[in-house]
Design a protein around this ligand. Structure first.
Ligand SMILES: Nc1ncnc2c1ncn2[C@@H]1O[C@H](COP(=O)(O)OP(=O)(O)OP(=O)(O)O)[C@@H](O)[C@H]1O
Ligand SMILES: [Mg+2]
Length: 239
């Protein structure tokens, strides 16, 4: 049986630099999987290749059994892949509410869209209070919430998140992680790239550890939390 998302021999190059050196990943339907690793390990390059933002130099990506390599981005979104990129990318001149509506542009189920919008406003009361405010005037953390909310409005099958906790105050990190856990528990498949390895491992079922463009190992999140290599390199503990 092929997995929900199956990556084989993925290579990403920038000119002469090989950022991702032939990695394999398997993500099963309904899982919350995290990819952790130091700065420059190749996490964003991996995620951007999965989301169709950059073309892999080599390798195959299969989503629900179909080959994605060279599928245009709008088709990836229609097929159910959504990326919340590093550094957010909301539409600054549109209001909060307009940004969220844009996220649902592939959907036709008006009632479902309404319910999901209410759910997002319920999860992120800050966004509700600011629904008529232009997104460009939101704080960094609020923009991050909006970017996640917008991705959720598309009801993706696979949500790709690049460092959702970056630069956020602890309380906002908690809010964002509780939303990630909730959507995962409701059945959405989530692939989460995080620098905050402890938080990511506490939320995820499984983890891949990336170093220098390769996957060093993968294991259950619980095993990773107890692994001396992970503890010393990523959880800031003495080995
Ligand atoms: N557009 C680019 N041009 C050239 N090199 C790049 C480009 N983007 C990334 N790289 C290089 O590829 C390597 C992997 O970068 P990437 O952004 O994927 O790492 P990362 O694991 O996401 O790091 P971080 O935790 O800092 O976000 C780095 O050495 C980086 O300098
Ligand atoms: Mg990155």
């Amino acid at each position: 049986m092929s997995s929900f998302l199956e990556v084989r021999g993925l290579v990403v190059r920038y000119g002469g630099i090989e950022a991702v050196k032939g990695i394999d990943l398997d993500i099963h339907r309904g899982e919350l999987v995290t990819l952790i690793g130091a700065n420059g390990a190749g996490k964003t390059s991996t995620l951007n290749a999965l989301a169709g933002l950059l073309k892999p130099a080599e390798g195959q990506i299969r989503f629900e059994g179909e080959l994605l390599t060279s599928t245009p981005i709008h088709q990836l979104i229609q097929r159910g892949l959504a990326l919340v990129p590093e550094g957010r990318g909301v539409f600054p001149r549109l209001t909060v509410e307009e940004n969220l509506s844009m996220g649902a542009y592939t959907r036709k189920d008006k009632a479902g869209i309404r319910t999901d919008l209410d759910q997002i406003f319920h999860s992120f009361p800050r966004l509700f209070e600011r629904k008529h405010q232009k997104a460009g005037t939101l704080s960094g953390g609020e923009q991050q919430m909006l970017a996640i909310g917008r991705a959720l409005m598309g009801k993706p099958k696979l949500l790709l998140l690049d460092e959702p906790s970056m630069g956020l105050a602890p309380l906002m990190v908690q809010t964002i992680f509780s939303v990630i856990r909730r959507v995962a528990s409701e059945g959405m498949t989530v692939f989460l790239v995080e620098q905050n390895a402890r938080l990511a491992l506490q939320a995820a079922q499984r983890a891949y550890v990336m170093e220098g463009g390769v996957i060093r190992f993968n294991a259950s999140a619980e095993e990773c939390l107890n692994d001396p290599r992970v503890r010393s390199a990523y959880l800031g503990e003495e080995s």
